[in-house]
Write a protein that binds this ligand. Structure first.
Ligand SMILES: Nc1nc2c(ncn2[C@@H]2O[C@H](COP(=O)(O)OP(=O)(O)OP(=O)(O)O)[C@@H](O)[C@H]2O)c(=O)[nH]1
Ligand SMILES: [Mg+2]
Length: 466
């Protein structure tokens, strides 16, 4: 147990600071008793039966020690299990005045409530089965979101779309396991047929296919939750930091005429059409750098490897040279958008020279000095943002969380081992081992590890009848 469950917890649930309202939550078995001692409903607002459930009741919050009023406000009472935490829960909607909220919490702790630990209300919701682990994570993502699409995709998971998909797959897997269990336990003795020929293989193939499809959504899904990674690369002095600043509309990165100014990458967050974008300025890539610069370049390579979109900035005022070739060498195996910078200066090469040298055309031309063409770069970012949003619309469920992705990979790996065992006609217990480990991996996403489920299947679904 992460936190104890048998006491009553209290916390201010609105953010610290002053506001029109402040909400204090109380949850646990003594909620009704404690709430009745501190809250005096206004005359007429209370039916004879006591505080009504799931209704806002107007009244006064008092300190029962001296019968001193602390604030007027509302009480909403929820009775477990029909509450967020799954147990009795009270919300006091008071004025958002820090001393008032502090006094209310003091009174409630004096009456026996304990100050809640971080996430403790949600933990209780999880333990009481109101939400699963993936939903608890989604709830946190929703609260932590700083772009609308982060919130939107988190809400989707909070509403249980991922959980329901996984549940259906787990049921298929449990059925498969149940039949194998039966085959191991009873098969030989009873000479019973637990699978049609080829049926186990078909079921496994279908599961592996569905998991692979879901895994394929992660590339875009990660961008929904963590932000789209846009990395600016190019040779030293090309104007990468200038572009970075222009996109951010603030002089965040140092710009100088000296090549090798940016030594380490710099990240800044930007919201583009409701999606978080992590913009990364990097150290210029060149073939023969000195030590510090070389370390910077290694980091640039790392950033490129993790990028969702690579913007290659070229200097149009100096000839294409070995330094540009060095940049191309690290980009050749991936997609990038190339922009020729410094178009306010006399041109040292025609656009076709780029195509001839690197086999792909420039995406555009710009000048960080005059601002021309910055909008085209923004359009390239917008297009990548739209791809992520479209991918979300195109899929019923998208994996956004690295932990979920790792679990899915594990599950797929175990199922692939089982496929291999089937092909090579390995004994049933070996197949079973991998099926069970795949189930554990899927269970880890939603946070249930349920052998009972498997046992149930055997005894309720199969009429072994002895
Ligand atoms: N005329 C002109 N100068 C530019 C333009 N963009 C950048 N510069 C200048 O080019 C020089 C290098 O710019 P930076 O933005 O520091 O280049 P960088 O690619 O970040 O360089 P490193 O960090 O050294 O790799 C600076 O003197 C800028 O003022 C442009 O569009 N036109
Ligand atoms: Mg720079």
């Amino acid at each position: 147990m992460l936190y104890p469950l048998d006491d009553t917890i209290v916390a201010v649930s609105t953010p610290p600071g002053r506001g029109a309202i402040g909400i204090v939550r109380l949850s646990g078995r003594r909620t009704v008793e404690v709430a009745s001692r501190v809250f005096r409903p206004h005359a007429g607002s209370l039916p004879a039966a006591g505080i009504p459930v799931r209704r806002m009741v107007l009244g006064v919050f008092v300190d029962p020690a001296g019968d001193e009023p602390i604030d007027t406000g509302f009480l909403i009472l929820f009775r477990g299990p029909r509450s967020f935490t799954g147990e009795d829960l009270a919300e006091f909607h008071l004025h958002g005045s820090p001393p008032v909220l502090r006094a209310v919490v003091d009174v409630l702790t004096r009456l026996g409530a304990r100050l809640a630990q971080p996430g403790e209300f949600t933990y209780r919701a999880f333990v009481h089965g109101k939400i699963d682990l993936a939903q608890a994570e989604a709830l946190n993502d929703l609260i932590q979101a700083d772009a609308l699409w982060q919130a939107r995709s988190a809400l989707h998971h909070l509403q249980g779309y991922l959980s329901r998909t996984l549940r259906a797959w787990k049921e298929d897997l449990i059925e498969l396991i149940a039949r194998y269990e039966a085959a191991v336990d009873f098969g030989e003795a009873e000479d019973m047929q637990f699978f049609e020929p080829g049926e186990a293989e078909r079921r496994l193939d279908s599961l592996v296919g569905r998991i692979a499809d879901l895994l394929a959504t992660y590339r875009q899904g990660r961008a929904l939750r963590e932000g789209l990674r846009v990395v600016i690369v190019g040779k030293p002095n090309a104007g990468k930091s200038s572009l970075f600043n222009a996109l951010l509309r603030e002089p965040r990165a140092i710009v100088t005429p000296l090549p090798g100014t940016t030594r380490d990458f710099i990240k800044e967050r930007l919201i583009v059409d409701g999606l978080a974008v992590e913009l990364v300025d990097t150290a210029g890539v060149r073939p023969t750098p000195e030590v510090v610069e070389r370390l910077g370049i290694e980091r640039t390579l790392q950033q490129i490897a993790e990028a969702d979109l690579v913007l290659w900035v070229l200097d149009g005022s100096v000839p294409l040279d070995a330094e540009d070739d060095a940049v191309y060498a690290v980009l050749r195996d991936r997609t990038f958008q190339a922009f020729r910078n410094k178009m306010d200066l006399p041109s040292a090469w025609p656009p076709e020279a780029f195509t001839a040298r690197y086999g792909t055309p420039l995406r555009g031309a710009l000048s960080c000095e005059t601002g021309t063409g910055i909008a085209d770069v923004m359009d390239a970012i917008r297009a990548a943002v739209r791809d992520v949003q479209q991918s979300w619309r195109d899929h019923a469920v998208v994996v956004t969380n690295a932990r979920h992705e790792a679990c899915l990979r594990q599950a797929r790996k175990a199922l692939q081992r089982a496929q291999y065992s089937l092909q090579t006609q390995a004994p049933e217990p070996i197949v079973l081992e991998d099926l069970r480990s795949a189930l554990r991996a899927l269970d880890a996403i939603t946070g249930e590890t349920d052998v009972e489920d498997i046992l149930d299947r055997i005894f309720t679904q199969f009429c072994i009848g002895k």
